[in-house]
Design a protein around this ligand. Structure first.
Ligand SMILES: N[C@@H](CCC(=O)N[C@@H](CS)C(=O)NCC(=O)O)C(=O)O
Length: 213
């Protein structure tokens, strides 16, 4: 299939940030409208000069636009997808909604996704010695505590609202959902007492964008 004039997503199957992009596309009913290219992170394909030319930070996902521009950072890619495709907004419509969605998305990223990621990459074997070329275990353990505080924060928040940013599903839910999936993978369990967070997650897991990718 020719990928000219089409959006291309460079991703690695099973990794949490690329999964955010599939969920955003699924919400927009647009999974069939883009093509996917697998990047073999375990064999360091993301640390080649060809990949750095697309994303100097050497991370997946990356989106190539029909004009040939490259967009990295899952939030930026989600913004692009949200604006490009029809359907319910993932990033908010009014100024107030947009501000709140971005605030909550960043909290989900910082307090859960990134905290879990730093714990995984620094305080465990992570993806193995060829990828984890620098580790600081103390920093990783500190971020583990930050992740647990993040779980507690979202548990309190979700006691009084159906979705992370309020009454509507948004990209903040996607980020938190895959942050928790990453926590499972890193064997960082959600304390059973966090009933609101656990109930939210159960509800989300039946949502087609998460269950039918
Ligand atoms: N802030 C970036 C993070 C991307 C990221 O860390 N991706 C991981 C996969 S989930 C990756 O490429 N890891 C490879 C590495 O760090 O060497 C985003 O939002 O997309």
């Amino acid at each position: 299939m020719s990928t000219e004039n089409q959006i291309v997503i460079f991703e690695t199957t099973g990794f949490p940030n690329p999964a955010r992009i599939r969920a955003a596309l699924a919400e927009k009913n647009a999974l069939q409208d883009v093509s996917f290219v697998e990047v073999d992170v375990m064999n360091l394909e993301h640390r080649t000069s060809a990949f750095y030319a697309m994303n100097p930070l050497g991370t997946v996902p990356v989106l190539k636009t029909p004009e040939g521009e490259f967009i990295s950072e899952s939030t930026a890619i989600t913004e692009y997808i949200d604006a490009y495709f029809e359907g319910a907004s993932l990033t908010g419509r009014s100024p107030l909604e947009r501000g709140i969605v971005h605030m909550m998305q960043r909290r989900a990223e910082s307090l859960v996704m990134d905290a879990v990621g730093t714990y995984f990459h620094h305080a465990t074997d992570g993806l193995g010695p060829s990828i984890e070329t620098y580790q600081c275990s103390e920093w990783g353990q500190h971020q583990k505590q930050r992740a647990v505080s993040g779980f507690e924060y979202f548990n309190r928040l979700l006691a009084n609202r159906p979705f992370v940013a309020g009454e509507q599903f948004s990209m903040a839910d996607i980020t938190l959902f895959y942050g928790l999936a990453f926590a499972d993978f890193a064997k960082l369990s959600i304390p059973p007492a966090l009933a609101h967070l656990i109930a939210w997650r159960e509800r989300m897991s039946t949502r087609p964008c998460f269950s039918q990718q």
